[in-house]
Design a protein around this ligand. Structure first.
Ligand SMILES: [Fe+2]
Ligand SMILES: [Fe+2]
Length: 495
């Protein structure tokens, strides 16, 4: 999908150059780096990191790469590997939640500042703070003992799931094998103590060595301060990190160049400007479709109960849009919004997503924030203003009773109304932690009971027509026609 080198692209996407997120203020061609850097904010949420972590780690990594004289082609691969380093992070979230029986996002966030390779007070304290935190005392002790006994095997399994998935996501978007392998070996350590293969020294790909060092520096810089970050790099030199790279870090830090301007609002523009000039990729329609489909899979991998939800919503939305005679361009727009509508759900812990019982008010308020995060992530892509609005409106209702903004009918465009109906349809039709999948007629009965005060009647009628037309297209055929895997999934009428 990505060209091996910048060629004269066809069908290049453009955006309004007056956008405040334009890296140059004048260029109107949308670049792959602008899309990937914005979408990396979603990966930060799943890793329990503040939004912007991947972008800042990318800036640090590129500064190291330039300092050590990495060739331009390699810098280009490293750049995308850094932005996509956590692309597999959603795929082990459910497994980690079940191992810990606790909030896995908090656990993922805090493990980044823990030296888990050494048995001692630090790792014990981490375990006490993150294992079965809400369970009764005896159950908690039992879980702690089990986690301690299986820690090495579980860690290896979790890292393996994550790195295999992350490298597969990179490949599916057309990035080079160097990018995929760098992501695969992100958690290997210089002394052979990392995962999944226990690679040692220069067996660990150089990109992975730079990436692991950069992400650690960013986390300690963000949680503590610059000096503490460099101190950790020095303490772990020769164990976690390549000693030569740590020397480069010390040299950059002494020159004041390692963390410069990392805390500014301009960090997103800065990271886009860091992409090597000789290898900048204009985004085409096809690339954007591929990136949306790949991120839909990242979103859906978060929980077995949302497996293929995004593609299911896209299929239902396309069916409704076609039934309403929307033009092909509008259908393409709708499909992209549908594929990315739940990207903010990467911020919700699996302890909530997979809870078999009723959610508490506090848990439900976390769920209700996910369209806000969808908006916050997608609006960062230049030219995605309208798409981010529509994707973030998928839980709104015409009578204003929805969330996250309580929009009413006057604020709901046709694509937004279609997305609401498609999302509820797909959510009800799938199995949930607390109930089985529902047959179409039952789904329909529930949706009709919502009435036209909440759902758009035209969209609902269109969905019914498509489903009941014996000679018309069914949702499965539609999905195949747009080259995405099909199916239906969901959670209550909500997530
Ligand atoms: Fe959804
Ligand atoms: Fe949602």
């Amino acid at each position: 999908m990505l060209p091996r080198a910048p060629e004269a692209p066809t069908n290049v996407l453009t955006f309004d150059p007056s956008s405040p997120l334009s890296s140059t203020g004048t260029a109107s061609v949308l670049r792959v780096s602008q899309i990937m850097s914005a979408l990396s904010y979603a990966l930060d949420l799943t890793e329990g990191q503040p939004m912007g972590h991947s972008v800042r780690a990318c800036i640090i990594g590129m500064r190291i790469a330039k300092h050590i004289g990495l060739p331009v082609q390699d810098q280009s691969d490293l750049y995308y590997a850094l932005l996509l380093k956590d692309a597999g992070c959603s795929s082990n979230a459910s497994r980690l939640f079940h191992i810990l029986n606790a909030d896995e996002i908090r656990a993922k966030g805090d493990v980044k500042t823990t030296d888990w390779t050494r048995v001692g007070w630090e790792s014990l304290q981490y375990a006490i703070s993150h294992v079965a935190t809400g369970a009764p005392f005896l159950e908690r002790i039992r879980t702690l003992l089990r986690v301690a006994a299986t820690q090495q095997r579980d860690s290896c399994e979790l890292v393996k799931i994550r790195c295999e998935r992350g490298s597969s996501v990179a490949r599916s978007m057309g990035f080079s094998e160097n990018v995929a392998l760098a992501i695969f070996s992100l958690d290997e350590h210089w002394n052979g103590g990392g995962y999944p293969d226990g690679l040692r020294g220069k067996q660990v790909p150089l990109f992975s060595r730079i990436m692991n060092l950069s992400q650690t520096l960013e986390v300690f810089w963000a949680n503590r301060e610059a000096e503490a970050a460099v101190d950790v790099a020095c303490q772990r030199s020769g164990r976690w990190f390549d000693p030569d790279l740590v020397k480069a870090v010390e040299s950059l830090h002494q020159a004041g160049a390692l963390f410069a301007n990392l805390g500014t609002e301009k960090v997103l523009q800065d990271v886009v400007a860091l992409e090597p000039e000789e290898r900048q990729f204009p985004a085409t329609e096809g690339m954007l479709d591929g990136i949306c489909a790949a991120f839909a899979e990242v979103i859906d991998a978060k929980s077995p109960f949302t497996y293929r939800h995004s593609t299911g919503v896209a299929n239902a939305a396309i069916a409704i849009g076609q039934e309403l005679d929307m033009n092909p361009q509008a259908i393409t727009f709708l499909r992209r919004a549908a594929l990315l509508h739940d990207i903010g759900k990467l911020s919700v812990s699996n302890s909530i997503l997979e809870k078999p019982g009723k959610l508490t008010d506090g848990e439900f308020s976390v769920v209700k924030k996910h369209p806000y995060f969808t908006f916050e992530i997608l609006r960062r892509i230049p030219g995605f203003g309208e798409l981010s609005e529509i994707a973030a409106s998928h839980h709104e209702k015409l009578d204003g009773s929805g969330y996250f903004r309580g929009y009413g009918a006057e604020q709901m465009s046709l694509p937004a109304r279609i997305l609401v109906v498609a999302d509820i349809y797909d959510a009800l039709a799938a199995k949930r932690p607390y109930r089985d999948a529902m047959p179409f007629e039952k789904v329909l009965g529930i949706m009709q009971s919502e009435g036209t005060q909440k759902l758009d009647a035209r969209c609902l009628d269109a969905l019914i027509t498509v489903q009941r037309q014996s000679s018309g297209p069914d949702l499965k055929e539609l999905a195949q026609a747009v080259n995405h895997p099909v199916i239906t999934i969901p959670k209550e009428t909500l997530v």
